[in-house]
Design a protein around this ligand. Structure first.
Ligand SMILES: [Zn+2]
Length: 417
């Protein structure tokens, strides 16, 4: 182990010299399609060539060949929570109520590393779930090189309407810490600004929550409140992502101008059409739904699909038929960090073409999150590049066989060493 680390360190410092490296594999997914006989050349943290190998006229210092492999842009996780871990290990309530912020931050930093090693060089982390701005701290620790991790877009505390969010079920006189920050009426403006000031790259709002009389998902914020949040965030160059499962909450969030809807379980065809018309992304978090059902005892392939999965499959198929922009994001944290590919496998299982899934987790996510130099293997783009064994366009699970991870021109994983 020690020797292995020494070689990696040596390799990394070699890279800091800014030499050129040529990457060659059987095939390359460049963010749009699968290509053969393509070479990539990286210098420093940039891709300086991506094109036919036989037309390359650049002298390189090193050539790295991957056998039976595919090169791809670093994957982009659309919906993560590094400050959460699977609820079958510790319930969400107990994570929020019983674990100190320092413990959560230290665990979260390890979880961030797992995302990177699984080939996800960027993650959009949608809320610290009661851990304040620990996500901002983790992001900065990565940027400063204190820990290894992906690029992070963070939401900070996230925003909920008073009375809607958990943890719940306590004596009414007992104030418990919540999983997000409350705001109502015009106060949503100051809370949005405060979250931005404290490091939020995205504003995450809960446009509905399970606070109906029978625990059903029903809208929380009014259309006017959502509009104020979006206008305030947009003014600072930031976008808003909305948690929404019920059609009315989705409609309000779409009309207010959010960039993505998270979950979307009960979306009607009319709502999906509205998303298509307004170019709003759907992040379906299929893996979270399946994982929660498994924690409740559902045995996939043995038991019948529970209602929430039947609903999700139908909604997802409708979204594909209508042509809604699909964001790849599993709500990882609800299930194991590092197992992010589970969402991509379920997208294929629920009817999406593997090549479209590859686009979703690279170029579509990049464009939607305004990451203009990521998500594609293209001259001038940042050198976030991974290699996996096999061809993920024929079997998406090959994305689990990560053999190489480069972020910003630095190699973090290379199983050949
Ligand atoms: Zn989430």
């Amino acid at each position: 182990m020690k020797n292995h680390l020494a070689i990696v360190t040596c390799f990394l410092s070699f890279w800091s010299l800014g030499q050129t490296m040529q990457l060659v594999a059987d095939r390359i997914f460049d963010g749009e399609g699968m290509k053969e006989d393509i070479s990539i050349v990286v210098e420093g943290n940039r891709i300086i060539y991506a094109g036919p190998s036989d037309e390359m006229r650049i002298g390189v210092d090193t050539i790295v060949r991957f056998e039976n492999s595919t090169l791809l842009p670093g994957m982009i996780e659309g919906h993560s929570h590094v400050l959460l871990y699977p609820y079958d290990q510790t319930s969400w309530n107990d994570q929020v109520l019983k674990e100190s912020r320092s413990l959560r931050a230290i665990r979260g930093s390890k979880m961030a590393t797992r995302n990177l090693m699984a080939g996800f060089t960027t993650i959009r982390d949608l809320g610290s779930e009661g851990a304040g701005y620990a996500d901002v701290g983790i992001k900065r620790s990565i940027a400063q090189g204190i820990i290894d991790g992906p690029r992070m877009l963070v939401a900070g505390k996230a925003m909920v309407a008073t009375g809607s969010y958990g943890p719940k079920g306590f004596h009414p006189d007992f104030e418990v810490p919540l999983g997000a920050e409350t705001a109502d009426g015009n106060d949503v403006i100051s809370v949005t600004r405060d979250q931005i000031g404290k490091g939020a790259d995205f504003i995450k709002v809960y446009a509905d929550y399970r606070w109906g009389p029978n625990g059903e998902s029903l809208p929380t914020f009014s259309l006017e409140e959502l509009k104020l949040i979006v206008q305030t965030a947009r003014s600072s160059g930031r976008d808003v992502a909305a948690h929404a499962n019920s059609p009315e909450a989705m409609r309000r969030a779409i009309m207010a101008g959010v960039v993505t809807i998270e979950h979307g379980t009960e979306a009607t065809e009319e709502i999906l059409q509205l998303m298509k018309d307004r170019d709003v992304g759907l992040c379906p978090t299929l893996a979270a739904t399946e994982s929660i059902m498994k924690y409740r005892g559902w045995k996939k392939g043995v038991d019948e699909d529970p209602g929430s999965i039947v609903l999700k499959k139908r909604m997802f198929q409708n979204a594909l038929d209508i042509g809604v922009k699909i964001i790849a994001g599993g709500d990882v944290g609800v299930f194991e960090h590092g197992d992010n590919v589970l969402e991509l496998e379920l997208m294929v299982e629920y009817g999406m073409n593997p090549l479209d899934v590859l686009k979703s987790v690279t170029s579509v996510n990049a464009r939607t999150f305004q990451l203009n130099e990521l998500g594609a293997i293209k001259k001038g783009f940042l050198a976030d590049i991974i290699a996996v064994e096999g061809d993920p366009s024929t079997d998406i699970s090959n994305l689990r066989n990560v053999v190489f991870v480069m972020k910003d021109g630095v190699v973090y994983r290379d199983v050949r060493l």
